[in-house]
Design a protein around this ligand. Structure first.
Ligand SMILES: O=C[C@H](O)[C@H](O)COP(=O)(O)O
Ligand SMILES: C=C(OP(=O)(O)O)C(=O)O
Ligand SMILES: [Mn+2]
Length: 461
């Protein structure tokens, strides 16, 4: 029920259904898990009004394109690579950091494109990944208890009472930092930086290190494929730009709601803070605020599914988030743990598949494999991460369903946060450059190793 108004330009703008508009605030009547305790709710409302007056960060049409790409991934005609920090920070939104992260994702994507013989959909956990759910609401150090760090959009990481007080002005800072990040991201991916020939040269640089000789065969095959393309007269200039999408966990609804806008083409609401939004494992309650809110926007959306997810939960999530069975609308990002994926995933995939509604299955091999090292660091073993990916492929292969992509916490820098890899980061090595504020990320080299090893998995090795 929409109406159309003619414009002198001849353009037709569709006005939204008032009921659809009202529905966007229904979440406020429900339980909203994992929100900060804002000292002054009226301050949050005022910042929300300011955000609502600012331009959208993405265009609804771009979100529609992504939806069609994810639909292809669900059918096995494309593969999603979604990666970035666990928690972006304002301080690290620098040109170097953003460039290195994009570079890492592009390098991985070239390897995966070759391995899968499929287009790879490139998506950053970037330009908005600032809000974190936490296991505990507070943190105690040396007998002092303060509110937990909930991401730069809420409070500061520094362990002082002032820094940890949730400050709504940070919502606006998150918007501006996202805008700056997205601006550079668009420049890098459309301005020549992402040229396939350059990305291939970077991968050659990576392979120059003898530590990675086990990937030589695949690297040589990619090299030959590129030379073959060149010999055939492939138009490399057409491969100077890439599509790159933004995404984050839609956790802080006081941020997502004001950035939700009505698409003038259709009169339908889109959350224009990012192309893709997902609901976390801690906020996927089927009658909760997060599911309700994302059910009312038209972006492609995801839900993280941990090892305790029942098939009934998954089916209810489908009913709520994709009642029309639209391909590409709903992605299930499973994060079961390497030791659990082979037991917990099959029944879920089988029941969802039997229900008939299209779902794109993606593997997050990070969040089910978090451990505390002997020296006290929150970390993960690269071997566990890769084993979960292997389990994910095995399950889908056995059921004849489609492994549609990977969701990874990574950075483009040489941090030491995840154990293992050919350069063998051990427990003592974690201290060298452990920089994450929340979860451990694969470093640049570990990320590329992952891509090469996933190629081997894709080939059934
Ligand atoms: O991705 C983030 C973490 O897994 C999540 O925020 C919980 O972390 P915590 O157990 O350190 O609170
Ligand atoms: C918190 C996260 O994941 P999950 O909701 O799967 O625990 C995350 O992706 O950083
Ligand atoms: Mn995380």
């Amino acid at each position: 029920m929409t109406s159309q108004q003619g414009r002198s330009t001849g353009e037709v703008e569709v006005t939204p259904d008032p009921q659809v508009l009202a529905g966007l605030d229904h979440w406020r009547t429900l339980t909203v898990a994992q929100q900060p305790t804002w000292p002054d709710p009226d301050h949050v409302r005022r910042v929300g009004e300011r955000l609502a007056a600012l331009p959208p960060l993405v265009f609804a049409g771009e979100a529609d394109v992504l939806k069609s790409r994810l639909a292809a991934a669900g059918r096995g005609e494309a593969f999603l690579l979604q990666g970035g920090d666990c928690a972006e920070t304002f301080a690290e939104a620098t040109a170097d950091n953003i460039r290195n992260k994009i570079k890492t994702i592009l390098q991985m994507a070239v390897v995966l494109t070759y391995g899968a013989s499929l287009p790879v959909i490139k998506m950053g956990r970037m330009a908005g990944q600032y809000a974190k759910p936490r296991s505990a609401d507070s943190e105690t150090r040396d007998g002092v208890t303060l509110p937990a760090f909930r991401g730069d959009i809420v409070n500061a990481h520094e362990f002082t009472p002032e820094a940890r007080v949730p400050n709504p002005e940070r919502l606006q800072q998150a918007y501006h930092t996202s805008a700056a990040t997205l601006n550079l991201l668009r420049a890098f991916t459309t301005g020549g930086f992402a040229d396939l020939r350059r990305v291939h040269e970077w991968n050659r640089g990576f392979m120059a290190n003898p530590a990675y000789s086990r990937y030589e065969e695949t690297a040589a095959e990619i090299d030959r494929a590129i030379r073959f393309m060149a010999a055939c007269g492939a138009d490399f200039d057409a491969l100077r730009t890439v599509e790159f999408f933004s995404s984050h966990e839609a956790l802080l609804l006081d941020y997502e709601r004001p950035l939700t806008r009505i698409d003038s083409r259709t009169g339908l609401p889109y959350d224009c803070s990012a192309h893709f939004l997902w609901i976390g494992e801690r906020t996927r309650q089927v009658d909760g605020a997060h599911v309700d809110f994302l059910s009312r926007v038209r972006n492609p959306v995801g839900v993280k599914l941990g090892p305790t997810t029942s098939a009934d939960d998954a089916l209810t999530l489908i009913d709520k988030l994709n009642p029309a069975g639209e391909p590409g609308r709903l992605t299930f990002i499973t994060r079961m743990g390497a030791g659990t994926v082979r037991d917990a995933l099959p029944a879920l995939v089988e029941k969802v598949t039997a229900a008939g509604s299209p779902v794109t299955w993606v593997c997050d091999p990070m969040h089910g494999n978090t451990i505390t090292s002997a020296s006290g660091y929150k970390t993960r073993r690269l071997t566990d991460v890769l084993d979960e990916v292997r389990g994910f492929f095995e399950v889908h292969r056995a059921l004849g369903t489609v492994p549609g992509g990977l969701h990874v916490e990574l950075t483009g820098d040489d941090v030491t946060e995840v154990l293992g890899g050919s350069e063998e980061i051990d427990d003592a090595g974690l201290a060298l450059r452990y920089e994450t504020l929340v979860d451990p990320r694969l470093n640049h080299q570990q990320s590329l190793e992952m891509a090469f090893q996933v190629v081997q998995l894709m080939r059934g090795a």
